[in-house]
Write a protein that binds this ligand. Structure first.
Ligand SMILES: O=C(O)C(=O)C[C@H](O)C(=O)CO
Ligand SMILES: [Zn+2]
Length: 268
């Protein structure tokens, strides 16, 4: 498991493209038969990719008896078919873009044939393991063709859905012809957020904007790559083709609306 240290906004002016990518962009999460993980000190979020069949390991930096001894986990099926995840002997079958929440205390998590994106945050209590389907996620449609941002937000793990300690997680799907996500954008000083882009054709890219609202930088992001957004960073982007992304947060609270909105004209 790769470990990444926390960052500060005063490191951004003067940062090279290579430095920005090494700190905030997560590449190469998927390899056949493996679970690959990155531990970020930004709110201690762990992100990962599993290409089953594979089992959730217990990496040494966690210093735990098992991965979920003090953590909770969101598993999103980022493949194109339903795929099985088995938790302590019980099989669950999330469909594409659906989520399995695994509560603190589960000992064995095994991934079947399929592609899964993983997000884990520290947990102080055990909530029940639960499947959230696209229907359960109470889809909300936002944006429109005039802003090239027509999209549907599926909220899986949040205060009004599957319960968790601090994880908040959902999937946003852009309509064909819509390119912009999260515009106007925001920061949330009380939470770190990670976006994981998927469903993007191999030759296409998302230009992801990060940094303080008045000091933005861009990261050019390919399919199945993630971007870590510390609490001080905006997170939004536009694709050369439509796409979907998993957004997941951990931190001080679970209030989806607790954001600092940024007017488009204030961005630099
Ligand atoms: O398309 C959007 O807008 C989003 O999906 C926004 C994310 O849900 C987000 O940034 C939550 O804080
Ligand atoms: Zn956000």
């Amino acid at each position: 498991m790769e470990v990444r240290h926390a960052t500060a906004p005063d490191q951004i002016p003067g940062a090279t493209t290579a430095w920005l990518r090494s700190r905030f962009l997560v590449e190469d999460l998927f390899a056949p038969g493996e679970v690959r993980l990155v531990y970020s000190h930004e709110d201690r979020i762990v992100v990962g990719g599993a290409l089953g069949p594979a089992a959730l390991p217990n990496p040494d930096p966690l210093r735990a008896g098992h991965f979920l001894e003090r953590r909770e986990l969101g598993v999103v099926n980022v493949g194109e078919r339903p795929a099985v995840v088995t938790v302590d002997g019980t099989p669950y079958e999330p469909g594409p873009k659906e989520c399995l929440y695994v509560g603190r205390g589960a000992r064995e998590v095994a991934f079947g044939d399929g592609a899964f994106y993983l997000v884990s945050t520290p947990a102080h209590a055990g909530h029940p393991t639960a499947l959230s389907t696209l229907e359960d996620a109470e889809p909300v449609r936002l944006g429109g063709p005039e802003g090239s941002n027509e999209r549907t937000i599926y909220k899986h793990v949040h205060a009004g859905g599957v319960r968790s300690c601090q994880l908040v997680l959902g999937v946003t799907v852009l309509e064909p012809g819509s390119m912009w996500n999260t515009m106007p954008c925001h920061t949330h000083e009380r939470r770190t957020e990670v976006y994981f882009y998927f469903g993007l054709p191999e030759q296409d890219r998302v230009i992801h904007l990060m940094g303080r609202p008045d000091e933005t930088r861009n990261l050019v992001v390919a399919d199945r790559q993630a971007v870590i957004s510390p609490p001080w960073s905006v997170h939004c982007g536009f694709g050369t083709r439509s796409y979907a992304f998993v957004w997941a947060m951990g931190g001080e609270n679970q209030a989806y609306d607790d954001v600092e909105p940024v007017a488009i004209g204030e961005m630099r």
